[in-house]
Unconditional design. Sequence first.
Length: 726
Amino acid sequence: MSRYAFLVALLACSAKTTTTSPQPEAPPGVVAQAPATVAAPPADPREVKLCKVVTPLLERRHLLGKPINDDISKQAFATYMDRLDAGKLFLLASDRERLAKYADKIDDEMHSGNLELAHEGQQIFVERVAVVDKVVAGVLAAPMNHDDDEFVELDAKKLAPAATEDELKNRWRQRLELEVMERVAAMETRLAKIAAAAAKGSGAGSAGSGAGSADAAAVKDIPATPELRETKVRGDLAKSYAARFARLKTPGNLDAASDLLNAVTATLDPHTDYLPPADKANFDIAMSGSLEGIGAALRERDDLIEVSELVPGGAASRQGKLKPGDLILSVQQPDKDPVDIIDMRLDDVVQLIRGPKGTVVRLRVRKPDGHEETIEITRDVISIEEAYARGAIIQRKGGPAYGYIHLPSFYGGGNGPRKASTDVRKLLGELSQKKVAGIVLDIRGNGGGLLKDSVDLAGEFIDEGPIVQVRGHDGDVEMLKDTRGGVETNAPLIVLVDQFSASASEILAGAMQDYHRAVIVGLGSTHGKGTVQAVVDLDRDADKPELGVLKITIEQFFRVSGASTQREGVTPDITLPNPSSYIKSGEKDLEHAIEWTKIPAAPHNDWKSTWDVAAMRKHSEDRVAKNPLLAKIAATTEILAKHRDDTRVPLAHATWEAREKKEKDELTAVSPELDKATAKLTVKVLDITATPAPNSKPDDRLARWSDNLGKDPWLDECVSILGDMK
């Protein structure tokens, strides 16, 4: 996605709906509150004006140009119900049936501004939360039986809505038993690691050291027996869930409208969102560039918060453990209890994670393979040098010298001191002077950025011609071209991509492939975001913020070949094992993603290449098959995919423990341990990137980067491919 759209996504409320349901008969042992004691906010007077502004914008300016009618209403109703209770942990089937009368009326409500479904749905949900609150408190108040031979299904998509209150209570009991078992096991794992470190004399448990002090505190906080550990965990969970349910029972004034509007926008495409004023305020802070934090883009996924992208040079990117696709479960400040953020509004989560430079935040995350871990990140401003292009000379012993350029994003514009295409041009100039035998342009993880900069950079490698075509909702096609004659280098070129290369990165890679100017080497297809969003300020004529903003998809990219990058991305000429292939993060994995399509190709002159891509692909496949490190990466991703899909978890402690051990042993057996790999490449960093980062020791940062490049098995294979480009 573009960097602009990426920043919008950081704070957009993509309709994680917190809604409500009728007060049911209380489950056994639970006394239900009367509905009158739990009330959602009344309709907000701004809703009529909001609908009158947003509805015509969606109908007239969205790329698809669809009318908001009964067909859209039926799709939006299904989306609304899916998001209302994404985990199927609150509403009964009868609650959903009660709202079915609105299935074909959302369009009428949007045009009138009378959002009955939004408010009845929210009221039902608030009432149901009050009942579940008591159920959970009751379950956590008593010791648990971890010997029952039963299973819990964690994938809500595989579950039907609970038919009865007893079934819903049982669903919560199973979830809570698993959560307690996992947390107790985490305590015991921590104790075992401390004991092992002490036994080895590593100093991890020695008195007086920082690690020793932390370990001593950890041991002190962990009760001595399994029974007491469970008691502590149940108490902690009870407190956490009570806070979560309190949030859900007190929605904001525009939450109901926002939830329904975003159910409608989601039927058009996944990047069109309504942001109420609170979210807009966060968006404005992010766009200003003045915010200090962890440097991660977040988005809502069902009732959880997902990391969608890491900001190059940000604290999370440098720390290295937080990854796109991770789900954040809780946020903890120093010397405070963790805050459970499930079902929390995205803007509230952003506020929790945000903080001044130098402070620490701990995130409890669930990885895509299902396991959980706590990640500690020291907040910081973006390390500018790590956000800019960097270059190096890479070489095998006795082999030719090749150039390497890493471009983390297409930065520039505004008052920024540097521009991506200008920096890459300087690096290409240095590489040309050194007469390198070929170049690798690495845009793995590059989420995009400035469209014009992508066009300018592509122009460094071709001698004039079209780079990308853009079509709007009116059907008109605009051609963006490189008009500057000449090229910066004639050297053989590889563009290295992965599934997180998106938007402007895909434009560059697609153009290089269409011109046959480069061989595209990838860890699978690129992300597949081929659309452009505009942000419309709904308060532009108002004296004060009241309505927020609408992020709306208005255009679609097309390659020189006429093919869209939408959904399909750019398919590499040569594919290498992908350590993240088990993460479903592409555009095609998003609901209601705009379809792939094609327009006429743009006339252009191909590069006079001499290499045989089919032969090179075969040579690469043969090498990869014999490479033990890449073979282990392929095996690891296969196991992680299997673990991801295995969502039926045993609740008998012995069975669960055996399952956990088996999964861990499977991964350990094939772990590539990239940090321990032998460096196969010598790396000499180019001078343009040698400016020390603020507050860092001279060369430490570049030394680490150089060391990682030398061990990178994908870059090593790119060197072999460059050798085949005859």
